[in-house]
Design a protein around this ligand. Structure first.
Ligand code: GAF
Length: 389
């Protein structure tokens, strides 16, 4: 699938500019095994890059003017790098502008370039196509102009670009897109940005994403609101327990004791965060000891918490997870990413995938009148130059 995408991108480049691209970059989307809404709460997360990517082709063009083409959208824009960078109504261009803005803020002087890109990461499904766009684009400019930006800084600058566009996200998506390694999940300490890889080849299980094919409009504002509620929560905790500096140092008992001084929402969000941080630690132990059943159980618990305490689920996602809960062959299932639509991540015993896909699709269509989309994913490598470069 990715070879086709690479051929399409490079052929388009050749046809448009009459030259062969100088740099070809592949930048993946991500999954997250567990640790949702935890990155901006200074806890641990367990994501991985996947084998769905954006392919970029770049060349310098010896001018001040740069041209960036989104092949799949049949859309493009030109930008004079000397001009101030501003947000526009054309959303995809803002991620690219955000990256250029970051480079300018950091004092990098770019010359003009041409860039085309094409993707097989579904957009709006919670697979972080925006992080892949930011990080892949920045990675490409880093290579093209020898900027010497380190991988973790590419992730951080990608995150700042996303903030500039309007989502006050954590570091998980950009970090996993840049730092992913095939068949490994990354345990990221989002407070220190220390990280370690854990083997995750899931020999007897398939990683399948069920895409609810809905995107509730609340997403951006609700996401930012959750973050503010958690900030309020940790401020109250610090006031009452000065020795505590972040949620990871709290026990459930700490939060339970603060029920009277927290608003009901802040209380529920805080409780979820403390429990979810502990689940990530347990999930790593389960993974390392090959206890996939235990890992799956934690995933179900995460969904429950996201639905009732964090309130970022929706009827469609709840229906998928609740349906799969009664299936022996599904060891774990939960909504993945920011919520309010997008995908569930599911661990399904090999040999049962087709039956479950068929049954769930039928039931989903019958219940909501919406077609379920399904993606089989493998854990892949982070952003890199294509090997032929
Ligand atoms: C989105 C954000 F971009 C991430 O930083 C993370 O908070 C995630 O939602 C929820 O875990 O993907």
């Amino acid at each position: 699938m990715n070879e086709l995408l690479i051929n399409k991108t490079t052929a388009f480049f050749q046809k448009t500019f009459g030259t062969t691209a100088e740099k070809i970059v592949l930048s993946p989307g991500r999954i997250n095994i567990i640790g949702e809404h935890i990155d901006y709460n200074d806890g641990y997360v367990l994501p991985a890059a996947i084998d769905r990517i954006i392919c970029f082709a770049f060349e310098k063009n010896n001018s001040n003017q740069s041209r960036i083409i989104a092949i799949d959208l049949n859309d493009e824009f030109q930008i004079n790098l000397k001009d101030p960078i501003e947000l526009t109504d054309n959303v995809w261009t803002n991620y690219v502008r955000g990256v250029i803005n970051q480079l300018k803020l950091k004092g990098f002087e770019l010359e003009g370039f041409n860039c085309v890109f094409s993707s097989n990461i579904p957009v709006g499904s919670g697979l972080s196509s925006s992080a892949a766009l930011e990080c892949g684009f920045l990675f490409g400019l880093n290579e093209l102009f020898n900027l010497n930006i380190k991988p973790v800084d590419i992730a951080l600058m990608g995150q700042s670009a996303e903030h500039w566009v309007g989502i006050n996200c954590g570091i998980m998506d950009q970090f996993s897109s840049v730092m992913g390694i095939e068949n490994k999940v990354i345990k990221i300490d989002c407070r220190t940005l220390e990280y370690e890889y854990h083997n995750a080849d899931f020999i007897d299980y398939s990683l399948i994403l069920f895409d609810s094919n809905v995107k509730h409009s609340l997403m951006t504002s609700a996401y930012n609101e959750r973050r503010e509620q958690c900030e309020e929560g940790i401020a109250i905790i610090k006031n009452n327990f000065p020795e505590i500096t972040s949620f990871r140092d709290c026990t459930e008992q700490h939060i339970l004791g603060l029920q009277n001084v927290m608003s009901p929402n802040v209380y529920k969000r805080s409780l979820f965060v403390v429990k979810e941080i502990n689940r990530v630690i347990e999930a790593c132990e389960a993974l390392d000891s090959g206890n996939i059943e235990a890992l799956g159980k934690l995933m179900f618990e995460t969904h429950e918490g996201l639905s009732t305490d964090y309130e970022v689920s929706c009827a469609e996602l709840d229906m998928i997870v609740n349906t799969l809960k009664s299936e022996d062959a599904v060891v774990g299932s939960r909504l993945m990413g920011g919520g309010f639509g997008g995908c569930t991540i599911n661990l399904i015993k090999k040999g049962h995938e087709n039956r479950i896909k068929k049954q769930l699709s039928g039931l989903y269509l019958e219940t909501f009148g919406i077609e379920l989309k399904i993606y089989d994913v493998k854990i892949g490598n982070g952003t890199s130059l294509y090997k032929n470069n």
